[in-house]
Design a protein around this ligand. Structure first.
Ligand code: GLN
Length: 475
């Protein structure tokens, strides 16, 4: 029977059984599953687990299985970005975070499904097919890190890594009833993360409880000179796991609880805010007036970054190559066949926004909006410790419901993208159920203040039961 296990539970089980047995029970669960959360399994996982059975170790994640979003480079394990372009690509090196996980003793069990090149919010634009939401398989798991969140919810992996450019760890965490954090920009090295929008994205930990997020952060965060945006800061995230929010100041941005919100979701989120009040926090409404321009600004910047980042996939160095009688024909055939529709749409729009005649009108204007959004957050954090609101305005939608209308999927990240524009940290934790589907509470912190988010999230979690519910068939 698949089950939800924290790092603590997993280590306990490894002590009682063995790392090999724990790893193979996850691999069995994945093999029998029909939710399609994984793109590839690590064939060396069992061998790696046996190593920890032979060599007792007190490393922080010794023998603990972890799944990895398929845009994070893993040496010797295919890394496809769920794209035909990279279907057969096996990286010759590990991402910084993968080096850190191996140093901590983790076992990489496999790579998780995602929207192609992390562009999307439903894990439907994947060359290997959609991932299904374990709470209701007629619904999407959110995206783009939908494979990671679905794997956690289905008991196919105890912890996971995703990436968040404009909500991609928080959206699936909200839709699948798990926990995820997008850290402050620069906190986790992006070395080896295949870039979609390098100015917005961060790798983010995903788990079934808040404490595990802090543990993973302690392992993967920190300076790396191979990422020019990496920041030197020494933070112990586990120190913030405190069940006490007495006196914490919470701001509730009116713009995040907007007109389009499902009233059932709105009520659940207000109940959560009032719960925090019962637990000693103080809340007040605040305003982030420029966030209404955040979504269009985000898409202009993300697509512009994407048009430049994805130029490297031209059939010359790695990935798919479709032959042609000269380089131009080869490159254009390769790109036409290698990329899916959503990726092509974004490259075209991004190239347009950066073109000489339109650069000032779109790209530069979007950069100005980005600064205004950041100023809004700075002003809000003069008065409060964290901001709180819904991660998503609604519960998970049906598979196929929005795929023909890309704008309607873009809209679902409306509460998430302001955070990426401002570079601030944010987390989604389970806070209730509407129509039997999970609802996520978003907790946003000031730059480098993941600790306030973790403390607030942990207090909420320890004093509620939402995170204890499981989808049918999962223990
Ligand atoms: N849904 C957003 C987009 O498509 C966010 C994706 C992400 O965070 N990777 O760009």
């Amino acid at each position: 029977m698949p089950e939800w296990m924290s790092i603590r539970d997993t280590k306990h089980k490894i002590d009682n059984l063995s790392a090999e047995e724990v790893t193979s029970s996850y691999l069995d669960t994945i093999e029998k599953s029909s939710i399609n959360a994984f793109t590839n399994i690590n064939k060396k996982a069992i061998e790696d687990a046996k190593y920890y059975d032979k060599n007792q170790s007190d490393l922080p994640l010794a023998g603990v299985p972890i799944s990895i979003k398929d845009n994070i480079s893993t040496k010797g394990i295919p890394t496809t970005c769920s794209s035909r372009m990279l279907e057969n690509y096996i990286p010759p090196f590990n991402a910084h975070v993968i080096e850190k996980l191996y140093e901590a003793g983790a076992i990489i069990i496999g790579k998780t499904n995602m929207d192609e090149f992390a562009m999307g919010g439903s894990t439907e634009t994947c060359c290997g097919g959609t991932t299904f939401n374990p709470w209701d398989t007629s619904r999407v798991p959110g995206g783009s890190s939908g494979g990671s969140a679905a794997a956690l919810a289905a008991g196919e992996s105890p912890i996971s890594l995703g990436s968040d450019t404009g909500g991609s760890v928080r959206s699936p965490a909200s839709y699948c009833g798990v926990v995820a954090m997008k850290p402050t920009y620069g906190t986790i090295s992006r070395y080896g993360l295949i870039s979609y929008s390098n100015s917005l994205e961060q790798i983010g930990p995903m788990a079934t409880c808040v404490e595990d997020i802090a543990h993973i952060m302690d392992v993967i965060a920190g300076y790396d000179n191979r990422d020019s945006t990496s920041i030197k800061r020494d933070i112990n995230y586990s120190d913030a796991i405190i069940n006490d929010s007495e006196g914490m100041k919470i701001g509730v941005p009116t713009e995040l609880i907007s007109d389009g919100i499902n009233p059932k979701v709105e009520k659940i989120v207000w109940d959560a805010i009032h719960k925090m009040e019962d637990l000693g926090a103080i809340w007040k409404e605040v305003s982030l007036p420029t966030t209404k321009y955040a979504l269009p600004a985000y898409y202009i910047l993300a697509m512009s970054d994407a048009s430049s980042n994805l130029a490297r996939f031209d059939g010359t160095r790695y990935g798919l190559r479709v032959e042609g009688n000269n380089w131009h024909v080869m490159a254009s055939k390769t790109r036409a066949q290698g990329f899916g529709d959503e990726v092509k749409r974004r490259i075209l729009l991004g190239t347009y926004a950066l073109s000489a005649g339109y650069h000032d009108k779109y790209y530069v204007k979007a950069l100005k909006v980005r600064t205004l959004v950041k100023n809004d957050f700075d002003r809000a954090f003069n008065d409060v410790d964290v901001l709180m609101g819904p991660t998503m305005a609604d519960i998970a939608f049906k598979v196929g419901e929005k795929i023909e209308d890309p704008l309607s999927i873009y809209m679902t990240d409306i509460n998430n993208v302001p955070v990426n524009l401002a570079g601030v940290p944010s987390m989604s934790i389970p806070c209730g159920f509407a129509d039997k589907m999970p609802v996520g509470l978003q907790i946003i912190g000031n730059t480098f203040d993941e600790s306030s988010i973790l403390r607030c999230a942990y207090t909420f979690e320890q004093n509620t039961n939402h995170h204890r519910k499981r989808p049918d068939g999962v223990n």
